[in-house]
Write a new protein. Structure first.
Length: 95
C-alpha cells in the first residue's frame, strides 16, 4: 500500500454551463508503488478553443505516461522528463 494519498476535483464554471460547454480543465494522478512516487498533472483548457477539453486531456495523459516511464526507468531528472513531453503532445494535437 502506498504512503501517498491525494484528492482532486474539477467543476464546470457557470459561464460554461450557460453556454453548454464542458469543463475544459483536466487532471490526472497516479502512484508508482515500486518507488513511492506520486505523479500529478493538471491542464487548464484554453477557453477560446472549441476542443479545449480534448487538448487538456491529451496534455495530462501524455505527461503522466512519459513521467511514469521515466520514474520506472529510475530517472530523477524530472525537469528533463517533462521537457520530453512537449514534442509528444504537439504530435498528438497535430493528428
Amino acid at each position: 500500500m502506498s504512503a501517498w494519498r491525494y484528492a482532486a476535483g474539477q467543476a464546470t464554471g457557470s459561464a460554461h454551463e450557460k453556454l453548454g460547454k464542458p469543463c475544459q480543465d483536466r487532471f490526472a494522478c497516479c502512484i508508482e508503488d515500486a518507488n513511492q512516487t506520486l505523479i500529478a498533472a493538471v491542464a487548464d483548457g484554453a477557453g477560446t478553443a472549441e476542443q479545449a477539453h480534448i487538448g487538456a486531456e491529451i496534455a495530462v495523459n501524455t505527461v503522466i505516461s512519459i513521467a511514469q516511464l521515466g520514474v520506472r526507468a529510475g530517472r530523477s531528472d524530472y525537469t528533463e522528463i517533462l521537457r520530453e513531453c512537449a514534442p509528444q503532445d504537439n504530435e498528438l494535437l497535430a493528428a
